[in-house]
Design a protein around this ligand. Structure first.
Ligand SMILES: NC(=O)c1ccc[n+]([C@@H]2O[C@H](COP(=O)([O-])OP(=O)(O)OC[C@H]3O[C@@H](n4cnc5c(N)ncnc54)[C@H](O)[C@@H]3O)[C@@H](O)[C@H]2O)c1
Length: 273
């Protein structure tokens, strides 16, 4: 497939995990990518490996001038901006709400919400002028349900879902689609701490909790991101695509599905009107 032949895309946090898998998949389908990330060494290694299709721009998504420059680099170098992937993220503030400091809250929100807001703003600046473009931001299963992440992370990811709908409504008439992807637990450097750096252990831990029985891999999430960026999703905007191996189904409480339970439940139902 070459859905992205000569398309120009910026991927924030594109040097690691889901962002790196997205960068690789986009280049594999013909795109040119500006990787906008803090990690200079990993960015340089990716450029060496993938060649002229990738440029690295050292970017802190909390800084408006950095995001603006990454977008401008794509336009100047490649001649336009077809896609923006607001992916950079951290887990951020962890712990009980009573123990969470305002400073940790501010930093978490600055990366996960301000960063996405700035990415949308500067992508829209170029895309509205062009009359076309697609923006995809990373939410999380923790952005559509409580109890799946730390408090501030959960709040921030719900914010990404909200801004996605709001910006989609404004930009729909100007040829720009705005969507989000909400991954469940995915095996990346972000989650590797859960298994003390052992990715197999992380994979097993995530798989144990999820209905499909396999942990999401970065490529699983990248394929959803590419779908929403592509013309295959031409009629989709304001949507959050959950890719979580079924975690947000709430699982299948055996009590409702066994034959024994069905018999008991039927027996308890009134049949006399
Ligand atoms: N891994 C998961 O289980 C999971 C689940 C749901 C959502 N997500 C979301 O997916 C996105 C990618 O996560 P990942 O798991 O690939 O993590 P990762 O740690 O592998 O990659 C995140 C990237 O973001 C970059 N980054 C962090 N802060 C930045 C900043 N201020 N400016 C620029 N770049 C910055 C990092 O350098 C890194 O390259 C995040 O938004 C995350 O919240 C991940």
């Amino acid at each position: 497939m070459s859905r992205f032949k000569d398309k120009m895309i910026v991927v924030t946090g594109g040097a690691s995990g889901i962002g790196e898998a997205t960068t690789r998949a986009l280049v594999g389908e013909g795109a040119r990518v500006v990787v906008a990330d803090l990690q200079e060494e990993r960015g340089a290694a990716l450029c060496d490996e993938l060649g002229d299709s990738v440029l690295f721009h050292r970017t802190d998504v909390m800084q408006e001038s950095d995001i603006a420059a990454a977008v401008d680099l794509a336009v100047q170098s490649f001649g336009g901006l077809h896609g923006m992937v607001n992916n950079a993220g951290i887990v951020g503030a962890i712990g009980s709400i009573t123990q969470t400091s305002a400073e940790a809250y501010d930093r978490t929100m600055a990366i996960l919400c301000r960063g996405v807001f700035l990415g949308m703003k500067h992508a829209a600046r170029v895309m509205v002028e062009q009359g076309s473009g697609a923006i995809v931001s990373l939410a999380s299963s923790a952005g559509v349900m409580g109890g799946l992440g730390p408090h501030v992370y959960t709040m921030a990811k719900h914010g990404v879902v909200g801004l996605t709908k709001s910006a989609a409504a404004e930009l729909a008439g100007q040829g720009v689609r705005v969507n989000a992807v909400a991954p469940g637990g995915t095996v990346t450097p972000m989650t590797s701490a859960l298994g003390d750096g052992n990715l197999d252990a992380v994979s097993e831990m995530i798989a144990a909790d999820n209905p499909l029985g396999r942990a999401c891999m970065p490529e699983d999430i990248a394929s959803g991101i590419l779908f929403l960026l592509s013309d295959d999703a031409a009629q989709i905007t304001g949507h959050t695509l959950v890719i979580d191996a079924g975690i947000t189904t709430g699982g299948q409480p055996a009590a409702f599905h066994s034959q024994e339970a069905a018999t008991l439940l039927h027996a308890g139902q009134r049949t006399d009107g």
